[in-house]
Design a protein around this ligand. Structure first.
Ligand code: NAP
Length: 475
């Protein structure tokens, strides 16, 4: 699968150097993409800039029709997109199909929501004045996405941007460009006019540098690590570029004494082991109140032992490989640091050697962890559940908030009044209360503190691609 980049309705870049794409399950090369740089990025931005006038002047209903068509094409091709996704990213095929349907839901929801971009009139404080608030698309958007959700991170940006009337240049992660390319081919098939959607692959720093320095780009939307997010923020300052940042997390899970243990265990397994723990909102650390601790731990260990690790293309696999060696090294470091400092490993705690360059990691449960361990302070991005016993609800909340991150948090309690108190005290952008899978196209997704700026999904996700124009009319 040697693929090309997409600029102004043309598949191009055949003469550029190539970047290999690997299957993390086997380490085999499954395709290549062009190594684009500054020039190609500038061409893509120019194309998006030229297309902006006509696309933004279409009615919201016309743009919605394109997006509806696009949505149906994604749904008709779920199996093919999911196979590509599993091959380049590693997650189990059934999970990949789920991701593609989730990705499509952003196109569908924003196709509808784009028709509801309302302005308003404001009562004037003096006679003879009319005061209007208008909404306008922000302009050319540049989108940078990570590898862990190769389909959904593209559509979560593209859906609202196109619905708002913006045009876009996409830059997918180097590990997973093939899913993004397939999605752009379907956008082309849906008849979305040339220049409205463009895609470049290649040197991230050069492409990102051009996105942030080119005045034709009015908005940069980024999903990825906090480290790179901070770099982009510094670059964005030069032109005061409109920036959305969906960054790293370090989600706490609070299991309180009156939790329904079976529900909590099921949700914790779903939250942590989905995508092998390579999810920004997955639970990264668990605080369990002492009254329920033993019961919870026993059931959790038992359920974790049932999980099957293997190639995501194989039937019945729950957890695929880690994305690459760096991913593995971080997970391994967190586990070893914890056990060295006194944590007890009940299950897992080791790499499963299938072959030299593929990195499978056994689902792991650690107990007796303490706050000074690395794993309680950093995003692990792997299938490891560290459990810490706490005495009181207040102690659990204090630990939960003891982090510079603020993306997602989870609490398990059957008490309505206690749950309400806890959710108000957690400093996180997304909270799952007795729910391990809170994401949905119609809901705002994003973090507080160093987990980012802005929200994707929901009406907030559309607002991110709109400017507000206030007009004062003297009558
Ligand atoms: P990453 O290393 O920050 O990469 C993300 C994207 O940024 C990739 O496309 C990468 O390109 C690009 N990039 C790297 N260096 C760049 C530079 N100097 N200028 C411009 N772009 C640059 O993150 P990752 O490892 O792919 O993704 C995992 C991280 O994403 C985790 O921290 C996770 O929590 C976070 N995440 C957050 C959310 C959310 O919604 N908050 C969702 C998913 C993931 P190359 O791949 O070509 O290097």
């Amino acid at each position: 699968m040697d693929q090309l980049i997409y600029i102004n309705g043309q598949w191009t870049g055949a003469s550029l150097d190539k970047i290999p794409v690997h299957n993390p399950a086997t380490s085999q090369i499954i395709g290549t993409v062009p190594k684009a740089g500054k020039k190609e990025t500038r061409d893509a931005i120019d194309a998006a800039h030229s297309a902006f006038t006509s696309w933004s002047r279409l009615t919201a209903y016309e743009r919605s029709e394109y997006l509806e068509k696009y949505y149906h094409l994604i749904i008709d091709n779920v199996n093919e997109i999911a196979s590509i996704l599993t091959l380049e990213m590693g997650k189990p095929l059934a999970e990949a199909k789920g991701e593609v349907r989730y990705a499509a839901s952003f196109i569908k929801w924003f196709a509808e929501e784009g028709k509801r971009v309302y302005g308003r009139t404001i009562p004037s404080h003096v006679d003879g004045k009319e005061m209007l608030v208008l909404k306008a698309p922000v302009g050319v958007v540049a989108a940078i996405t990570p590898w862990n959700f190769p389909a959904a991170m593209i559509t979560r940006k593209m859906g609202p941007a196109l619905a708002a009337g913006c045009t876009i240049v996409l830059k997918p992660a180097k590990q997973t460009p093939l899913t993004a390319i397939m999605l752009v081919k379907l956008a082309e098939q849906a008849g979305i006019p040339k220049g409205v959607v463009n895609l470049v692959t290649g040197n991230a720093a050069e492409i990102g540098g051009e996105f942030l320095s080119n005045p034709k780009v009015r908005k940069v939307t980024f999903t990825g690590s906090t480290e790179i997010g901070k770099e982009l923020m510094i670059q964005a300052a030069q032109h005061v570029k409109n920036l959305s940042l969906e960054l790293g997390g370090h989600a706490p899970i609070l299991i309180l004494d009156d939790a329904d243990v079976d529900k909590a265990v099921k949700s914790v397994i779903a939250s942590k082991f989905r995508n092998g723990g390579q999810t920004c909102i997955c639970g990264n650390r668990v605080y369990v109140q002492e009254g329920i601790y033993i019961q919870f731990l026993e059931k959790l260990i038992n359920e974790t032992q049932q999980l099957k690790v293997g190639n995501g293309m194989d039937e019945g696999v729950d957890i695929g490989p880690l994305i690459d060696k760096n991913g593995f090294l971080k997970v391994d470091e967190h586990v070893h640091n914890a056990t060295r400092l006194g944590a007890k490993c009940w299950v897992g705690g080791r790499r499963i050697e299938v072959q030299e360059d593929a990195y499978y990691y056994a689902p792991t449960v650690l107990s007796d962890v303490t706050q000074e361990m690395l794993i309680m302070n950093e995003e692990t991005f792997g299938p490891v559940l560290p459990i810490q016993k706490v005495s009181t609800v207040e102690e659990a909340i204090a630990y939960a908030n003891l982090t510079p991150y603020g993306l997602a948090a989870y609490v398990f309690t059957e008490s309505h009044s206690l749950g309400m108190k806890v959710i108000h005290q957690l400093d996180f952008g997304i909270i799952g209360w007795n729910d391990g899978l809170p994401s949905a196209a119609q809901a705002p997704f994003g973090g507080m503190k160093e987990s980012g700026l802005g929200r994707e999904g929901g009406i907030e996700g559309l607002e991110a691609f709109l400017e507000t124009k206030y007009v004062s009319i003297g009558l």
